[in-house]
Design a protein around this ligand. Structure first.
Ligand SMILES: [Zn+2]
Length: 64
């Protein structure tokens, strides 16, 4: 099952099992920051093999 993570500039902050839920949380994060750091937040597909890493730029996968 694909997991979707909400990422801030500090890494993954939340993980959800649906993209819709992750994007809803993304909007909450952006709103809490007054939109000032909104660009730092994003929703990414999670790496299926490594916790807390996004699929597209998983540090662990790059090492292998
Ligand atoms: Zn990985």
């Amino acid at each position: 099952m694909t997991e979707w993570g909400v990422f801030s500039d500090e890494g993954c902050t939340d993980v959800f099992y649906s993209r819709e839920e992750a994007e809803a949380q993304l909007e909450i994060c952006k709103a809490e920051d007054d939109g000032r750091w909104a660009d730092l937040y994003s929703v990414k597909e999670m790496c299926p093999d490594h916790e807390g890493q996004s699929k597209d730029d998983c540090e662990e996968c790059w090492k292998e």
